[in-house]
Design a binder for this molecule. Structure first.
Ligand SMILES: C[S@@+](CC[C@H](N)C(=O)[O-])C[C@H]1O[C@@H](n2cnc3c(N)ncnc32)[C@H](O)[C@@H]1O
Length: 240
């Protein structure tokens, strides 16, 4: 069976909710780029999945809508909202168009590990620019493209530091992980770091922050090989 985000939605929701150190680390890396108090701020969470980041933004006081093209992910997000209301709202929509989101309607767009799933980055950044007010912010995370390139693997014997072998960083495009326990079995768009940054600049964003947070103790307990390598890239851009 060829997996999609919709077919792995139940697995993904279960994984996130039973406490995934990597997902919580990625969430917190993104949230670090936003104010602690979001009262009065309208936020779009692009590619919200089952709502991990959307709920956290609502708990900070933001007026948040999460969108995702997977109806099953949105079903999980709505079920969580019903069980424990945070004020977050959800819609099925595609990050490449944001058809359900009005022009100039939000101060913030967040995108946690989702822009690397959108096939057309130019369309997505253009849609993000459209929905943001002038002076609004885009904050997003992607798996670090330099270390999570297609078919990257671990190296290192007993007497060496573990490292990441990346052979085809320059080859952008869709790829699917062969790992049956990995989210990227649903597919992933590999892009160079410069492609993300250039796309923001070309769409009139001023880059405010570029971060490569070091894996924390919880992540290293689960995945000790990751010591010394940042799993995610965080980028913030200000819409001119
Ligand atoms: C790794 S999950 C991240 C979900 C959530 N942001 C989180 O941090 O848990 C990637 C999400 O991107 C979504 N996605 C895939 N294609 C997309 C698109 N074209 N536009 C927006 N989101 C998309 C998937 O459905 C999935 O929910």
């Amino acid at each position: 069976m060829t997996e999609t985000w919709d077919t792995i939605a139940d697995w993904y929701a279960e994984r996130v909710r039973t406490g995934s150190a990597m997902h919580e680390f990625a969430r917190d890396a993104l949230l670090d780029g936003l104010p602690a108090d979001l009262h009065g701020q309208r936020i779009l969470d692009l590619g919200c999945g089952e709502g991990l980041i959307t709920r956290a933004l609502a708990m900070r006081g933001g007026s948040v809508v999460g969108i995702d093209p997977s109806p099953r992910m949105i079903g999980h997000a709505r079920a969580a909202e019903e069980a424990t209301p945070s004020g977050a709202r959800y819609a099925v929509d595609d990050g490449g168009s944001l058809a359900t989101v009005a022009t100039g309607s939000v101060e913030w767009v967040t995108a946690g590990l989702s822009l690397n799933n959108v096939p057309d980055l130019t369309a997505a950044v253009s849609a993000v620019r459209r929905v943001l007010v002038p002076g609004g912010h885009l904050v997003f995370t992607v798996p670090h493209p330099c270390f999570e390139a297609p078919r990257a693997r671990w190296s290192g014997g007993a007497d060496e530091l573990p490292g990441r072998v990346v052979g085809n960083y320059l080859a952008e495009g869709f790829w699917r992980s062969a790992n049956p326990d990995g989210a990227r079995r649903a597919g992933n768009q590999h892009r160079m770091l410069s492609t993300y940054v250039t796309s923001l600049i070309e769409h009139g964003f001023v880059i405010g922050r570029l971060a490569e947070p070091a894996p924390d103790a919880r992540v290293l307990t689960e995945q000790p090989l990751r010591a010394g390598l940042p799993p995610f890239l965080v980028i913030s851009g200000l819409r001119s």
